[in-house]
Design a protein around this ligand. Sequence first.
Ligand code: ADP
Ligand code: ADP
Ligand code: MG
Length: 614
Amino acid sequence: MIQSLLIANRGEIACRVIRTARELGIRTVAVYSDADADALHVREADEAVHIGPSAVRESYLVGEKIIAAAKQTGAEAIHPGYGFLSENAAFAQAVKDAGLIWVGPNPSSITAMGLKDAAKTLMAAAGVPVTPGYMGANQEPAFLAEEAAKIGYPVLIKAVAGGGGKGMRLVEAPADFVDALASCKREAASSFGNDHVLIEKYIASPRHIEVQVFGDSHGNVVHLFERDCSLQRRHQKVIEEAPAPGMDSATREALCAAAVRAARAVDYVGAGTIEFIADGSGKLSADRIWFMEMNTRLQVEHPVTEEITGVDLVEWQLRVASGEALPMSQEDLTIDGWAMEARLYAEDPAKGFLPSIGKLELLEFGEAEGGRIDTGVYQGAEVSPFYDPMIAKVIAWGEDREEARERLGEMLEDSAVWPVRTNASFLVKALQHPDFAAGKVDTGLIGRDGEAMAEAPRPSDEVLEAAANSLVPVRALPGFRLNAAPAQSAWFSLDGEKVEIALTGEGSEEPDDAVLVTEQGQAWLLTPWRRDGVHGGADGSGAILAPMPGKVIAVAVAEGQAVTKGQKLLTLEAMKMEHTLTAPFDGVVAELNAVTGAQIQVDALLARVEPTEA
Ligand code: ADP
Ligand code: ADP
Ligand code: MG
């Protein structure tokens, strides 16, 4: 067994690999960029090597630096994770040439499956059904248009070098073909440095079903059943599960046998995934499921397979890379229950799913029986703009699909992240969609019904009223009479938005200055409106008051400086969180009392902005 391992990746997958390596007594080495100096994978590894600036092209994608880091630390093997260099045959070869163990398939297998057209040709020859289409070398637009007509519309144009859901165009009618082809080729050239495309029949009501395969260096190949990844947004997976809903054992056997044939055709060693596209318009049947591509690495969604089989796929990877035979035979592998995974992202569905970067001041994950969290961040860590903004994979196991679905929903609803926005409520609504709940998912579901799922969540009245109650003093309100309807309400700031909340409780003896309201997987900061310095002088005076007691940690302006509405004035640290106070309108900093390092009381006048004359 290998004794030491360098993980050429970051985030949750680096942490995932470190966890198993540690269990096996293997010494771990992390690599990190500038932006990741304090990242979780660096903290969890036994050793860490800095490999350069934050941009991936200068750090995580530079093979020489990674191999040098392995040499420098005496690591015997390199695990590439997913993404980055994981499917780069030249890097895999360079690792081997440097005398290190590559935790992955032979470079020749990666190359054989690297381009979608060559892979499909190879698979067809091996007797694996492939999606009907044109996968040849002729790239003449007129010729490709003819092929598209022969295949029959709708068709999908795919970059042969594509990945991550990029470089694809659905074409519904012949009139749109030439433009779609040109735009697909442009994207392919800029994203993948290769503008070759193939044309495929677009499968009606498509379902994405993939099979986990595993090979060793002794000629054994097994499968670990299928996963269904049909809930997608723009060809990217959102929720995955295993097994696939509606899969009968005859279809499963045929599909998994085809996957094993595919793996054998490229002498596959290690963990791999054969992705198929299935016609989901009727019952699943083997003659309407076609090979799409092979991913020659560990997959993001591998945990759902682990949860239903009890196998640690990373452990198998490390054993196989050490030259051991597969720990189990096909007959030993069985499916137990159901597992579902949701990809929790730092993004704002209500703003077109834009990444939401910044510090994770609050980070809590919901718990459930059978629950598992694979994460690469911690409370206080930064979601940086440089990398994929995934916060965690939230995974739930249950005796059956319904139990897994309910548990996953609970875990997401009980999570809380602030001030970074997440897709938690989007995921919860997707789980609750009647078609998803019934196991009737095709890849177009979010495209059709996703708008309602993407709406910004709001905390419920009950939760807001309870939170507001902790911010107001015990009632001695003027006009408060016994037996009168409790008609009082007050203004509050909910993450900066002015909201009116009914005062239904008794108030608090020692009211808080601010409270984090958590619901639906999200959190909001609630403060009394009058104290909300962010809105500096709701009274229009431009007075910037401290919304709560704390410490000034940065002052971004000088007295007399001209500022524009929304410009950052200063940063406070309070309740272990950072709060940025901004200019309420265009003007000049007429008064500045805040000094970096100073402790301040609530309502302290930190600065005053005088409006610019209109
Ligand atoms: P999976 O089935 O494992 O989700 P994907 O094709 O979505 O496979 O890729 C897995 C991860 O690898 C993505 O989340 C992304 O980080 C990375 N990745 C793969 N291909 C690309 C690409 N072409 N460009 C950018 N990132 C990619
Ligand atoms: P990538 O390398 O980007 O993962 P894939 O070939 O795996 O590319 O396709 C990504 C997704 O696009 C699939 O999961 C599926 O949703 C959709 N897709 C791909 N091929 C087809 C097809 N022939 N018909 C319908 N949908 C397809
Ligand atoms: Mg794919």
